[in-house]
Design a protein around this ligand. Structure first.
Ligand code: SAM
Length: 468
């Protein structure tokens, strides 16, 4: 890319980066002449990364870190392949993949993703939890939260609750509760300038200060939800020290029970830079820990700009745990319709405990989830299906969380055959076999439901997801 065709980067931003980076600045500036890397992360809930690489008809280049990360060419249109619809991978900037990998939740833990839409990091956390334990994925924005719900559904997450709350209201309800909390904060987006016109257009010095101010409040709420001894990851996709080192330093000054943790360093991990805070009034102790943070740069690694700080809350004497949600007994009719569906269409009921109705939607609520009543939520757990007049209709979420061995009838489509696109467009297909609900799969991986009647399979692929 020539200097003339370089995306227009705000001059005030460049001047500040030149001041901060010194000798490193020319390499940083030259990164804007290089195309961004397109990253792809395998869904280890469904497939081993190497098996995915072998199956896909286009080349994936394995990245050295984190596990399950690849580079892919945009020209291959990886978002159009049916394996994407089957939730076998997520397209994500490689730097962004480091965040969940460093937070490293263990199966069985309780994890909160406080600012989760559209779900890049939440799907990664779901894979690391391996459907054991609890994931609460929260997004304050009323439209973006639906993108989050769709991505977690496609992913096959069975232990996730999706809420749409303010950090403050969540913090009131979940004090000292989670083993790990991720705050991927709303920020000025300087690390996305290579990829996003909007980030370049909207940038202003005042935006940086406004974001820093907002992050302080959200980080405080995030910290209140972490149990003593738990781990919090604070991340942004900006370089601005006010929002990165500054937000963490202000936090440490008022939270003596937290300390920064040094992650195992990977190639391309640069340290935090407390000296960039200039005259900002930050105590010595807080400044000291900031070097343990990680900054990822576009000129030294395969991804865009990111900042990650890991903060451990000190252990203290035993604290009171929140009780699990005492769910009201399911109406007899609801149980009957669900059981009839399971008996007729499945090899066994995938969920028999902690069933809950929200309106006409039937859910399995993850074990240990506290009472969500009164909070705004999209799904309080794994959405199994909907009670319609006199019957139960299975959901897309149920299809994506099952395996072909769980159901009585499967229609498997070949990923290279045109029928799979016919199904994804919502059109019917000729398909021999017994009548009833059929799990439609691509090369053995669930895509959704179909209903077979006399040799015709009617696509029940959700309207909002259909290919045009
Ligand atoms: N973690 C996401 C992912 O990996 O796909 C990206 C999150 S994005 C960087 C930050 C999110 O914070 C946005 O979805 C935005 O709607 C949300 N947000 C904006 N203002 C907020 C606030 N005051 N409190 C909590 N979240 C907020």
């Amino acid at each position: 890319m020539s200097e003339q065709s370089r995306p227009l980067i705000p001059q005030a931003f460049l001047a500040r980066m030149e001041r901060w980076l010194g000798d490193e600045y020319p390499a940083f500036l030259a990164s804007y002449d290089q195309p961004a890397t397109n990253g792809l992360r395998a869904n280890t809930l469904k497939i081993a990364p190497e098996a995915l690489r072998e199956r896909l008809p286009f080349a994936l280049e394995t990245l050295t870190w984190p596990p399950a990360a690849f580079r892919v060419s945009e020209e291959e249109q990886p978002g159009r392949h049916p394996y994407h619809a089957a939730g076998l991978y997520y397209l994500q900037d490689p730097s962004a993949m480091s965040v969940a990998a460093l937070l490293a939740p263990q199966p069985g833990e309780r994890v909160l993703d406080l600012a989760a839409a559209p779900g890049g990091k939440a799907t990664h956390l779901a894979s690391l939890l391996a459907n054991q334990g609890l994931l609460v994925a929260n997004e304050i924005h009323p439209r973006r939260v639906w993108d989050l719900a769709e991505n977690l559904e496609r992913w096959g997450a069975r232990n996730a609750a999706i809420t749409a709350e303010t950090p403050e209201r969540l913090a009131e309800r979940f004090p000292d509760f989670f083993d790990r909390v991720l705050l991927d904060a709303p920020c000025s987006g300087e690390g996305m300038f290579r990829k996003s016109d909007a980030a370049r257009r909207e940038w202003a010095a005042e935006l940086v200060l406004g974001c820093a101010n907002r992050q302080t409040g959200i980080l405080d709420a995030a910290a209140r939800m972490l149990r003593p001894g738990g781990l919090l990851a604070y991340s942004t996709c900006t370089f601005a020290a006010e929002e990165d080192e500054g937000t963490v330093a202000r936090f440490l000054e008022t939270h003596a029970d937290f300390e920064p943790v040094e992650p195992a360093r990977q190639a391309g991990f640069a340290p935090g830079r407390p000296e960039w805070l200039g005259n900002e009034k930050v105590g010595e102790a807080a400044r000291d820990g900031l070097g343990r943070a990680v900054r990822l740069w576009p000129h030294t690694g395969p991804g865009e700009g990111h900042f990650i700080a890991l903060l451990r809350r000190c252990e203290r004497e035993a604290h009171e745990d929140l009780p699990g949600w005492r769910l009201p007994k399911l109406p007899v009719e609801a149980t009957r319709f669900y059981e009839t569906f399971c008996r007729e269409h499945l090899q066994r009921a995938p969920a028999t405990e902690r069933l809950a109705l929200a309106g006409s939607y039937l859910y399995q609520v993850p074990a240990g989830l506290p009472d969500l009543s009164g909070l705004r939520f999209i799904h309080p757990g794994w959405w199994l299906g909907t009670l319609k007049k006199g019957r139960f209709e299975p959901s897309q979420g149920l299809a994506m969380g099952l395996s072909p061995a769980d159901v009585r009838r499967v229609a498997n489509l070949d990923s290279a055959a045109p029928q799979v696109l016919t199904y994804l467009r919502g059109e019917s297909l000729p398909n021999a076999g017994a009548d009833g609900w059929v799990l439609v799969t691509v090369d053995g991986f669930p895509l959704g439901w179909g209903k077979r009647v006399q040799g015709t399979l009617k696509s029940h692929y959700p309207r909002g997801l259909r290919r045009v």
